[in-house]
Design a binder for this molecule. Sequence first.
Ligand code: FAD
Length: 406
Amino acid sequence: MDSTPTEPFGLLVIGSGPAGVHAAAAYVEAGGPGRVGLVSADVDEPYQRPPLSKAVLTGEEPAEVTPILEDESAWAKVDVRLGTHVEALDLERKLVRTEDGEELGYDRLVLATGSDPVPLPGADDSAQVFTLRSLEHGRRLVDAVADARSVVVVGSGFIGCEAAASLAGRGVQTTLVTPEPAPQAARLGEWAGARIAEWLAAAGVQLRTGAKVESVEPSGEVRLDDGSVIEADLVIAAVGVTQSRPFLEESGLLIEDGHLVVDDGLRTSDSHVWAAGDVARGHHSVAGRALTVEHWGDAMTMGELAGGNAATHGEDGTGDPDKWSDPPGFWSEIGEHTLKYSAWGDGYDDARVVEHGEGAFTVWYADAAGELVGVLAHERDEDYERGGDLLARRASLAEALDADSA
Ligand SMILES: Cc1cc2nc3c(=O)[nH]c(=O)nc-3n(C[C@H](O)[C@H](O)[C@H](O)COP(=O)(O)OP(=O)(O)OC[C@H]3O[C@@H](n4cnc5c(N)ncnc54)[C@H](O)[C@@H]3O)c2cc1C
């Protein structure tokens, strides 16, 4: 990669997750001007993260790169620098500085720096506490799990639930500790939380709900706030993520809650800079409000949009951007069970459960005005698809339920 600031990249992308990779490829495919460069702290070629808590952790798949792009012809034209942290962004001079002091100039920049796991409070520095975000984390965890008889997973978000089910499935004695009354209760409601709890228990996971970890000792003792102690060979902390990065905070770009604020064409407060994926707080053109989403497919969609819009961006800072309009959604695999969820993701006031027999169900979520804001489906793909269509036209809960009972 030629790094002189006097020869700026037409497009420079930071981050090699789905948002960054799709942004770079879309820019090339749209014929955007100039060379395209991508800098990433990740040491591996771009890979898919979702298998890390699923087939990789069960041992069904190796902890290896599974490519993000189906067609890599555009990617082949991108200058890629891996294992390199960006430490500063100078909007005025239109350049980024890497950890080794190199300055890379750009005309257009896409920021796709994603999320990082937050550390587990109270854990001793020398305790065996793992997080799971990168393939490198996955490799370390898989190695450690090979010798482990017991694991404590802390946190009942999707990654915590998936990891716990995967580990129990391979015969490791697994305890999931969460302050929630049931897994995912805050996000999906207590009814769905109770179903997930049943699935986890059936997979062999011991659940400790309503409990917080107070400390993890180097010996492997996990102390809970009710005074009990669990002995574990290792601990996985899945207690949340942050998008906050010092170089972004210091850049002068508009930030809210650690997220870069972007318009519905994914442009930041600087006309030469776009943001996509987990790090973006984007104005959603259908929802009519700003949303943050932490989903694989949405990061791909947002990356494509950001790269395409950067390519058609006019010299005067204008252009006719494509708008972020797809309803967000993702799938989660908890052991044998698949959940499909499509939602604006910023809460709900009413949840209606429809059971279809043999364990299949749909939960429809609505706001206080009766507008549909989300759908959760298990063994009910038609409702997941229909829910996405209903969200896209901002339909009512009544319409969703009418068709469901028809
Ligand atoms: C174990 C696991 C399982 C998941 N399963 C699912 C699932 O089943 N379904 C789903 O929808 N979502 C899932 N997700 C979430 C999904 O992976 C994320 O939403 C998605 O990866 C976000 O993409 P992104 O491109 O915005 O950021 P990321 O994929 O986080 O990529 C960010 C990139 O930026 C780089 N970076 C960060 N800071 C710097 C810096 N200062 N300098 C240079 N580079 C930097 C990072 O190294 C990385 O390459 C899962 C996540 C994990 C960790």
